[in-house]
Design a protein around this ligand. Structure first.
Ligand code: FE2
Ligand code: FE2
Length: 503
C-alpha cells in the first residue's frame, strides 16, 4: 500500500502573481502548536501566454515591479499556462541562512518539483542559492524541497504543498502567507561603505548632534555588534550598523553567531550591559509627551510617525538586547540554539528597516527624527523583565508587539482618511513584519516552556499578571494575532474579560 502524503492548502494561485517569493508559515492544528516555515518560489511563465486568465495588466505590472532580477520575467515554459512553483525550507539546513534572501539563478535542472506539463526531463528554471555558502537547493538537497501542486482552474485554482517532512502525522494549517517584497529582501538602509569613514568624521543627520564616531575596528561576532548597536546614539548609524552586522552574519563573515561563554564573559567585563541606550532625542515621561492628534493635519501626522519611529528605535535596541542580555541563558545545561540568535538578528534588521522607512518619510514631510520629544516606556518595561527571558518575551514581544499589531490598522485608517498614501504604505510594510515578530516571540516562549515542562498558556498569564501594569484595552486585531500565534493570541481578550467579571 502506498502511503498518502499529507498536504496543506497554501493559497489561491492568483495570490502568487504579486511577488516572486513568499513566506509560508504552517502550524499544527493540535496542541502544543508546532510551527514550520517554508518558502514558495514562483518562476514566472504565465505572462508569456496570451491564453492565461491571469495575464492582467495589474498582475503584469506587479511582477515587473517585484521581479528581483530581469531573468525572472523571461523564463519560458511553453508547455504550461501556469507559473512553476517551488517550495522549500525557509532556512538553509547547513548554516541557518534565511533563504528569502537567496540569490535566484537560472540553470538547467532535473524536473522534480515543477508544476505544469513539462515535456522534457530537463528545463530552464530559477534556482534558489543559499546566500551564505552558494548551495544550490533545487539540485542539491531534495529533502529540503516540497512537492507543489496546483488544483483547479481559473479563479478557483489553488496551490497545495506537501506537509512538512517528519510531521509526526499532524494536521497543518497556513497561518501566514506573505510576499517577500524587494524592500524586505534589501532594506532601504544606507550601507556602512556609503559613509566614507576614511575621509574623517561624518556629520550626524540629526541637527545639533555630534559627529559620528566608530571604533577603529568593527566587531567580528554577532554579540559584538549587539553591544555596539546598543551603545550607538545616532539613529541612522544604529540602523547602518544593524544592517552591517546582519549582512556580515549572512555572508558568513562573523566568527561567531552564538557566542561562546568566554566571549560573553569578556564583553560583559569590558563593555557591559547598558541600563539605558543613549538617545539623540529628548526623553520625557509618557504623560508629558502631548497628544498626537487624529492625523488630520500634517503636523499631527508628523507627531504620529515620530512616535512610531521612537518605538522602532527602541525595538532595534530590544532585539539586540535580547541577544546580548540573555546570551548565556541555559536550561539544565542546554544553551539557546543558534536559531535563537538568527531569529532576533532578523527582527533587529526589520526594526532598523522600519525606523529608516519612517525617518525617510519624516524627512519627506520636512521633519526628522529628533524633532519631537520621545518617551522610554518600552525600555522601562524591558528593564523590569531584565532578569527573566520568559518575562521579557511575554511582556515585550507577546504583549507590546501584539499591541502594535492591534493598533496599526487604526493608524492606517487615520492616514488613509487624510489621503496620506505614502505614510500608509510605510505602515503596511511595518505591519506585515510585526506579525512575524510576535510569531518569533511565541516560538521562543514555547521553546523555553517545553524545555521546562511549563504550560505556556498558564505561564503567559502569570507573566502578564506579574509584570504588566497597564490595562489591556481593545480593540484586538484578532485576525492578525491569529496569524502570529494560536493559543496565546486569544489571551489578551480573555484576560480582559476575566477582569471585567472580577470587578
Ligand atoms: Fe517594527
Ligand atoms: Fe517588531
Amino acid at each position: 500500500m502506498t502511503a498518502v502524503r499529507a498536504r496543506v492548502r497554501a493559497c489561491r494561485l492568483a495570490d502568487t502573481y504579486s511577488h516572486t517569493r513568499f513566506h509560508l508559515a504552517l502550524r499544527t492544528k493540535t496542541q502544543p502548536s508546532t510551527y514550520h516555515r517554508l518558502l514558495l518560489f514562483r518562476v514566472n511563465n504565465v505572462y508569456d501566454s496570451n491564453k492565461s486568465e491571469s495575464d492582467t495588466p495589474d498582475a503584469k505590472e506587479a511582477t515587473e515591479k517585484e521581479a528581483p532580477c530581469p531573468t525572472l520575467a523571461t523564463v519560458q515554459n511553453p508547455g504550461s499556462d501556469k507559473p512553476e512553483l517551488y517550495c522549500m525550507e525557509e532556512t538553509c539546513p547547513h548554516l541557518g541562512a534565511p533563504l528569502s534572501h537567496a540569490e535566484i539563478e537560472i540553470d538547467d535542472i532535473e524536473d522534480t518539483r515543477a508544476v505544469g506539463e513539462l515535456e522534457d526531463e530537463f528545463h530552464r528554471a530559477d534556482l534558489p542559492v543559499c546566500p551564505w555558502h552558494q548551495y544550490d537547493f533545487a539540485t542539491g538537497l531534495k529533502t529540503c524541497t516540497y512537492n507543489v501542486e496546483v488544483i483547479g482552474k481559473g479563479d478557483d485554482a489553488e496551490v497545495w504543498v506537501d506537509a512538512p517532512h517528519n510531521d509526526g502525522g499532524h494536521e497543518w494549517e497556513v497561518v501566514e502567507f506573505r510576499g517577500v517584497s524587494e524592500e524586505f529582501a534589501d532594506p532601504p538602509i544606507p550601507s556602512l561603505k556609503d559613509l566614507n569613514l576614511g575621509d574623517g568624521p561624518i556629520p550626524s543627520t540629526v541637527p545639533g548632534q555630534p559627529q559620528l564616531e566608530l571604533p577603529s575596528e568593527l566587531p567580528t561576532s554577532l554579540l559584538g555588534f549587539a553591544h555596539l548597536v546598543l551603545a550607538t546614539a545616532d539613529p541612522d548609524l544604529k540602523c547602518i550598523l544593524t544592517k552591517e552586522g546582519v549582512q556580515r552574519m549572512r555572508a558568513g563573515k562573523l566568527k561567531s553567531i552564538r557566542p561562546t561563554k568566554g566571549e560573553i564573559k569578556r564583553i560583559r567585563e569590558t563593555v557591559g550591559l547598558l541600563d539605558e541606550p543613549p538617545r539623540f532625542a529628548t526623553i520625557v515621561p509618557l504623560n508629558k509627551r502631548g497628544k498626537l492628534g487624529r492625523g488630520g493635519t500634517e503636523k499631527s501626522r508628523i507627531k504620529m510617525l515620530h512616535a512610531l519611529a521612537n518605538i522602532e528605535q527602541y525595538a532595534i535596541d530590544l532585539a539586540w538586547d535580547i541577544i546580548a542580555r540573555f546570551a548565556e541563558f541555559e536550561i539544565e545545561g542546554e544553551r539557546l540554539p543558534v536559531e535563537y540568535f538568527l531569529d532576533w538578528a532578523k527582527v533587529a534588521e526589520d526594526e532598523a528597516k522600519h525606523f529608516s522607512l519612517l525617518n525617510k518619510r519624516l524627512r519627506e514631510m520636512g521633519s526628522y527624527f529628533g524633532s519631537q520629544t520621545v518617551h522610554a516606556g518600552l525600555w522601562k518595561s524591558a528593564m523590569e523583565t531584565a532578569d527573566s527571558l520568559l518575562s521579557r518575551i511575554a511582556i515585550i514581544h507577546l504583549v507590546a508587539e501584539a499591541r502594535g499589531v492591534d493598533m496599526n490598522p487604526l493608524t492606517l485608517a487615520k492616514l488613509r482618511l487624510a489621503k496620506d498614501e505614502e505614510s500608509a504604505a510605510v505602515l503596511e510594510v511595518i505591519h506585515a513584519d510585526e506579525i512575524t515578530h510576535v510569531t518569533t516571540g511565541h516560538r521562543w516562549f514555547s521553546w523555553i516552556c517545553a524545555k521546562q515542562g511549563l504550560n505556556p498558556v498558564q505561564q503567559f498569564r502569570d507573566e502578564v499578571s506579574s509584570h504588566f501594569h497597564g490595562d489591556l484595552k481593545g480593540p484586538f486585531n484578532v485576525e492578525d494575532r491569529a496569524k502570529a500565534v494560536s493559543d496565546i493570541a486569544r489571551l489578551m481578550g480573555e484576560r480582559q474579560d476575566e477582569r471585567k467579571h472580577s470587578r
